[in-house]
Design a protein around this ligand. Structure first.
Ligand code: ADP
Ligand code: ADP
Length: 227
C-alpha cells in the first residue's frame, strides 16, 4: 500500500530531516510514527502527500511512485488530519465535512447524505450539521476534522498529532472511538504522535524515529517487551 525506499529529505537550508527511510506499510495496517520533536515525523507525512518533495529515494503508493502521479489526484486519494484542523469558520459543520464534495462536483443531495452518514460514525446528532465550528467543543471539532478527511472515502489516512491539542480525558475517549472506527472502516492509517501510550494503544505497528532515522519498527507487544 505505502512503501518508503531510501527516502531522504534535505531542506534548502541543509537540514537533513529524514535519512534513508525504508518501510513497508500494508493495506489496513495502523502504523504509528513516534519520536521526539524534530525527529522527522511531520516531514515524512508531508512527503507522502507531496506538500514537500522527496530529495532522494522514492515513496510508492500501491506500487506507483508518487512523483509520477498527479498531485491533486494524489491528495484526494489520501485523507490528512492535523492538530490545527482549521475548520472553515464561516461554513457550517455540514459544509466543512463535505468540503471535498465541491471539488468532486457532488450534488447537494449527495453532500447532505454523505455528511449525515459520516456524522453517525462519531455519534453526534444531526442537529450539529447546521451549526458553526465555534459552537462545538474542541473534541467535537477534532471529530469533524477526522470526518472531513474521510469524506471522499480515501483508502489511506495520514494523521499528524490529531488529538495533541485536546485535554487528556477528551483525547482518551477520541482514541477509543477512533480505534473502533478504524476496525469498521479498514483504512490504512499512518499516525504521528510523540506519546508512547497513544502509539501502544492504537497501532498495529509502532515505528520509532530518532534524528531522521527509524530505530525500531515493531508491534506494540514487542516494543513493550523489548524497549
Ligand atoms: P523546502 O526546502 O521544502 O522548500 P523551506 O526551507 O522553503 O522548505 O521552508 C518551508 C517552510 O518551513 C517555510 O515557511 C519556513 O519558514 C519553514 N521552516 C524553515 N525552517 C524550519 C525549521 N527549522 N523548522 C520548521 N519550519 C521551518
Ligand atoms: P517532527 O515532526 O518529528 O517534530 P519535523 O519533520 O517537523 O520533525 O522536523 C525534522 C527536522 O527538520 C527538524 O530539525 C526541523 O527543525 C527541520 N525542519 C522542518 N521543516 C523545515 C524546513 N521547512 N526547513 C528547514 N528545516 C526544517
Amino acid at each position: 500500500m505505502l512503501e518508503f525506499k531510501n527516502v531522504t529529505k534535505k531542506y534548502t537550508d541543509g537540514t537533513i530531516a529524514v535519512k534513508e527511510l525504508n518501510l513497508k506499510i500494508n493495506k489496513g495496517e495502523f502504523v504509528c510514527f513516534i519520536g521526539p520533536s524534530g525527529c522527522g515525523k511531520t516531514t515524512t507525512m508531508k512527503m507522502v502527500n507531496r506538500l514537500i518533495d522527496v530529495s532522494n529515494g522514492s515513496i510508492l503508493v500501491d506500487g506507483k511512485d508518487i512523483k509520477q502521479q498527479n498531485s491533486v489526484e494524489l491528495r484526494r486519494s489520501m485523507g490528512y488530519v492535523i492538530q490545527q484542523i482549521g475548520l472553515m469558520p464561516h461554513m457550517t459543520i455540514k459544509e466543512n465535512i463535505v468540503l471535498v464534495g465541491t471539488l468532486l462536483k457532488w450534488s447537494t443531495d449527495k453532500k447532505d447524505e454523505r455528511a449525515k452518514e459520516l456524522l453517525k460514525l462519531v455519534d453526534m446528532s444531526e442537529e450539529y450539521l447546521d451549526k458553526y465550528p465555534h459552537e462545538l467543543s474542541g473534541g467535537q471539532q477534532q471529530r469533524i476534522g477526522v470526518l472531513r478527511a474521510l469524506a471522499a472515502n480515501p483508502p489511506l489516512i495520514l494523521m499528524d498529532e490529531p488529538f495533541g491539542a485536546l485535554d487528556p480525558i477528551t483525547r482518551d475517549s477520541l482514541q477509543d472511538e477512533f480505534k473502533k472506527l478504524q476496525k469498521e472502516l479498514h483504512k490504512t492509517i499512518v499516525f504521528v504522535t510523540h506519546d508512547m501510550d497513544e502509539a501502544i494503544k492504537l497501532a498495529d505497528k509502532v515505528v520509532i524515529m530518532r534524528d531522521g532515522e527509524i530505530v525500531q519498527a515493531d508491534t506494540p507487544e514487542e516494543i513493550l517487551r523489548n524497549p
